[in-house]
Write a protein that binds this ligand. Sequence first.
Ligand code: PLP
Length: 438
Amino acid sequence: MRHSLFSPHTDLMKYEIREIVDLVSKIKTLDPTLTIFYENIGDPVAKGWPVPSFLKELIIEQTKDDSAFAYTNSKGRPETTEWIAAYAKKFSPGIKLESKDVLITSGLGAAISMMYEMLPKGTRVLQPSPSYPTHASMESFNAKSHSISYNLDPENSWQPDLKHMEEQIVANPSVVGILLINPNNPTGAIYSKETCEKVVALAEKYNLFIISDEIYFRLVYGDTKFPQISEIAENRVPLIVMRGLSKDVPWPGARCGWLEFHGTHLDESFFSFCEAIKKRVLMEVCSTTLPQFLLPQIYDHPDFPAWLKQYKEGLDETITEITQILEKTPGLKVHRAFGAFYMLPIFAPGVLKPGQTLPIQNTEVRTLIEKITADPSLPLDKRFAYYLLASTGICVVPASSFFSPYFGFRITTLYRDKQKRAEIYKKLSDSVQEYLNS
Ligand SMILES: Cc1ncc(COP(=O)(O)O)c(C=O)c1O
């Protein structure tokens, strides 16, 4: 090549949720008898949640209309963006969102990449730590530098550490926005109304915008209330709300999400940033058409509330059971999830050490894991996750891969089979103890 094609910044992109599957493939080649329990990815369908029949019927009916196979408007099918603007007002009656400020994308993954890509050089969005890796990766890859983050506090139900958030805003004048992920991936936390009010007040004080990733906003359990930040920020702080179709319907393969630009009248440069994202989306020609036709029909369907109710009840029950099993594990701190379908148990400080192991029956697999974990720069929770995988087939994602300051691992709360679930989590708890005592 006339010029090097090596990009030194590629290392800033981490997506262990999928990368660990490469290790699974290698292990399976060496030991095809090992059964894998995929706790790595938040896909309800893959975990055995049935696609509701009303959704399948809607899809079949819609395929009779040829226009569902065509391109649609680049920024989103107008009837659907209008429906989204009206739908947002059902939850936040005080907002003035218009359909021109709704942008539909082929999943939120695509929206996240485009959004950070359109940030002007030298500007940064403060990331939570731990964070959903696509946000932290794409923000830092775009900035060609490590992410600037605020801590989530496990001692305070994983709420953002607001003191740390303010310190980071003050210390980093390049910060122009704050990312919130609420309900949270990977911790399962719901931020309280008070927390959201304080974040809005900080954004107001320092003249920043907020991005609120709310892809799990319907998945909130028990008496916990989900605060609508669009209502709190209205006429005070510019805000981008991100929602989508992947998690609650469930239809992650539809690849359909949307952005709502709130308060574009409040700040000229925020307005131009939103217009740049709208322009960027034109380059994609259009986002997936079929789910855009169906989006209003799904959420307005008379069967949707009953589906959501039993889905949430099932997830809530799973969270309770998993918490009860894992919280008895010495050396592990477990915080119950109140939303989404993840939890992030963390190791007590100092309990993880280099040299800890779990028994691996297959000699070739053991050699592979010993070779990988011989790297002294490997985070200690990644070492644990690799031994756990090779020893038991349980595939979790290390907390360090979520840009976390704490060692631990993320699990999903989607496993359907009650008895098998109890066995897996008991095995996980036993393996943690065995590993820590090795
Ligand atoms: C917090 C969060 N945001 C965005 C996404 C991406 O969702 P999708 O691309 O399926 O719309 C995910 C997926 O797991 C997520 O957890």
